[in-house]
Ligand binder design. Structure first.
Ligand SMILES: [Cu+2]
Length: 332
């Protein structure tokens, strides 16, 4: 069999649409390119200077029908491609509901992945087949790009910002994971694999704390660990270790602090009159740089934690604060 991996297999629901769009655009480019190329060759040969066989008198100045055709047909085709591509783009990047969330942290030069139940993987991401997945992606240092060619998806991992991406793996198997943004000397070594398991096997794998799957713990430096504590429970430990509970969640606190059990998902009134959403970005910023957005009615008393908490701990803390508000996507 011909096995030149020019095109990776299409292994996600969103990828099927993208593949179809890709080949449609390729086909249109070939068709229109051919019309122009062979038209040029035909006209150049037929109307060459020394060809006396053609009658050059009464040449047509213009033909409105031809001009309308070559304007309107490509216009309609381009608009169809635009609308189609915009729909596919929105499927991947616009917020969706009912997902399984994984946290992906890029750093020089590896991918660190965290599951809500606390399982952590390096350079390997294990996912369930047939389920919508939300990847929340961030970088710890420079800009990376999280790319899974078999799923036809990629998204930048930007320092200081959670980028989300939604996709549904369809076929169990092993696929390449790449960094597709030049990020330093060992950029080309920033690779790994995505392992898609049937839903039941995936659940068993998660319950075993990411163990018991030979492929996940070997090769490409990948290893799965943890699972004893959920992400939210790890966050609670970090919360206490950093001493956050001296003021927050402490009914006897001498310092007046906003109620963080109500932060997640609510509209937060700010001292400057604005209102912001209590989302991942807000919680992250309020930990690292609390003075940036002061809750109305409170003072800027909290010390900034910039440089003291790792991206992994931030993901845990966010999962914990989500869990306080009753959101269990952090695994509580
Ligand atoms: Cu990178």
């Amino acid at each position: 069999m011909w096995n030149f991996p020019f095109v990776p297999p299409t292994a996600s629901k969103e990828g099927e649409g993208i593949s179809l769009l890709y080949w449609t655009i390729t086909l249109l480019a070939v068709v229109f390119g051919s019309i122009v190329l062979f038209g040029v060759i035909y006209l150049a040969v037929r109307y060459r200077a020394d060809n006396n066989a053609v009658d050059r008198s009464n040449a047509t100045e213009s033909d409105l029908r031809v001009e309308l055709a070559w304007t309107l047909i490509p216009l309609v085709l381009a608009l169809v491609m635009f609308g189609w591509a915009a729909k596919l783009y929105a499927d991947i990047y616009a917020p969706r509901e009912g997902y399984y969330e994984v946290f992906v942290i890029g750093k020089q030069w590896m991918w660190h992945c965290q599951h809500p139940n606390g399982v952590r993987e390096n350079n390997v991401l294990t996912l369930p087949a047939g389920r919508l997945v939300k990847a929340s992606i961030i970088s710890q240092d420079v800009i990376h790009a999280f790319s899974i060619p078999a799923f036809r998806i990629k998204r930048d991992a930007v320092p200081g910002r959670y980028n989300a991406m939604y996709f549904t793996p369809t076929k169990p198997g092993e696929y390449h994971l790449f960094c597709t943004e030049y990020c330093g000397t060992k950029h080309s070594e920033m690779i790994g694999k995505v392992i898609v398991l049937p839903e039941k096997e995936f659940q068993a794998w998660l319950e075993k704390g990411g163990q018991g799957l030979a492929t996940a713990t070997t090769g490409m430096g990948g290893a799965a660990t943890g699972g004893a504590l959920t992400l939210a429970q790890q966050g609670e430990q970090t919360f206490k270790a950093l001493g956050c509970n001296a003021c927050h969640l402490n009914p006897n606190s001498a310092v007046k602090v906003p109620d963080i059990t109500k932060t997640w998902g609510s509209d937060i009134p700010l001292a400057d009159g604005r209102t912001v959403k209590g989302d991942e970005a807000y919680i992250r910023e309020s930990i690292l740089n609390p003075g940036a957005k002061i809750h109305a009615g409170y003072q800027n008393l909290m010390p900034p934690y910039q440089g003291q908490v790792s991206e992994e701990q931030l993901v845990q803390l966010i999962a914990y604060i989500k869990s306080l508000a009753g959101d269990s996507s952090g695994g509580n």
